[in-house]
Design a protein around this ligand. Structure first.
Ligand SMILES: Cc1cc2nc3c(=O)[nH]c(=O)nc-3n(C[C@H](O)[C@H](O)[C@H](O)COP(=O)(O)OP(=O)(O)OC[C@H]3O[C@@H](n4cnc5c(N)ncnc54)[C@H](O)[C@@H]3O)c2cc1C
Length: 311
């Protein structure tokens, strides 16, 4: 979200940004896993809300593209303000920015390894490639721990974000052939090993014949269990899910887990990005302003505005 929001604003202003993405698709932590037996799970961001005007306007654009929808979930453990409901992407979370990204120059499966200031600009090198590219300005919008590996030598920039980190989150993904009748679709837990439970299949324009559940472990539990095998964690989280709901679960048709090593920050930077004096390097991402999709959008927007104001 932060990278594409930056590129979107730059492109609208006539700049021609190039986006490098190490995976084969857009989305990042707004991802969806689709299984061979027909289940789909938004295993990162569950929903988003627009608190500020800029993101609200962008969500309006996404609505006109028929990409963003209200999720009318039966919520347990929290009151949902009907004037500010949970929004999700139509069909799958990683589809949210499909139209926005359509016209962009995105180079997929391109893992940036180093970003270095050189006399002619900023040089980028890539994993498994001898290619070297030089740009006038480079923007990084990856989790802050990964920036530290990418920009070694940028002590001034890195010093500014030294206090920020992202905590991990284990996501358990469970699919059932029959619908579990428990009277709610989302359940936010506090002070528990589980932080969040959601019936993914209750989101709009999803496959309602498959009962697909996403369970997020708390940051503490995730940290304690971070290096365990996915299969073992998935099984443990299935047991935790059944106990939390006080039901005996039917046999699951899909049991999986996803390890988010850098999920959400508890201590954001407090400003939308950091930059070097020359304005050639920008470092941003959700972790600058919060642990939310809107924070990612706002960081990318602010970087684009800063670049445009210098040109
Ligand atoms: C489990 C979980 C639950 C969440 N729930 C919510 C929620 O309900 N509501 C909400 O608002 N937010 C939620 N969030 C937070 C939300 O997902 C993030 O705030 C937002 O998606 C972050 O976007 P971003 O663009 O800053 O970072 P990312 O989505 O992490 O994007 C970074 C991108 O950079 C790519 N990349 C990384 N390193 C490199 C490299 N070296 N070279 C090239 N590409 C690279 C990655 O593949 C990725 O696509 C959740 C996050 C997680 C993990």
């Amino acid at each position: 979200m932060s990278g594409l929001s930056c590129a979107y604003h730059l492109q609208n202003a006539g700049v021609e940004p190039v986006v490098f993405e190490k995976s084969g698709r857009i989305g990042g932590r707004m991802s969806t896993r689709v299984t061979e037996n027909g289940y789909a799970f938004d295993h990162g961001a569950q929903f988003f809300r627009a608190k500020g005007d800029d993101f609200a306007k962008f969500v309006d654009v996404l609505k006109t593209q028929d990409r963003a929808k209200v999720w009318m979930a039966e919520a347990k453990g929290e009151q949902i303000d009907p004037s500010n409901p949970m929004m999700v992407a139509k069909g799958a979370m990683n589809e949210l920015l499909s139209d926005v990204s359509h016209e962009m120059n995105i180079r997929f499966r391109t893992h940036v390894e180093t970003v270095t200031e050189v006399s002619s600009g900023v040089e980028i090198r890539f994993q498994k490639s001898d290619a070297v590219e030089v740009f006038d300005q480079v923007v990084s919008t990856i989790p802050v721990q990964q920036v530290r590996q990418l920009m070694q030598g940028q002590d001034g920039l890195l010093h500014q974000c030294r206090e920020v980190s992202l905590l991990p989150c284990w996501a358990g993904l469970f699919g059932f052939a029959e619908k579990i009748e428990i009277g709610f679709d989302t359940w936010r837990h506090v002070n528990s090993d589980i932080g969040w439970i959601a019936r993914n299949s209750s989101k709009p324009d999803r496959d309602h014949h498959h009962d697909a559940w996403v369970v997020h472990a708390s940051p503490e539990w995730s940290l304690e269990n971070l290096e365990r095998d996915k299969e073992d964690v998935a099984q443990d989280m299935l047991d935790m899910f059944g106990s939390a709901m006080s039901v005996s679960l039917p046999a699951a048709e899909y049991v999986g887990a996803h390890r988010w090593r850098y999920a959400q920050t508890p201590n954001p930077l407090g400003k939308p990005f950091v930059t070097n004096e020359k304005g050639t390097l920008y470092v941003g991402g959700d972790w600058c302003l919060g642990a939310r999709v809107e924070a990612a959008f706002d960081s990318g927007t602010a970087i684009a505005n800063a670049i445009l104001s210098r040109s």
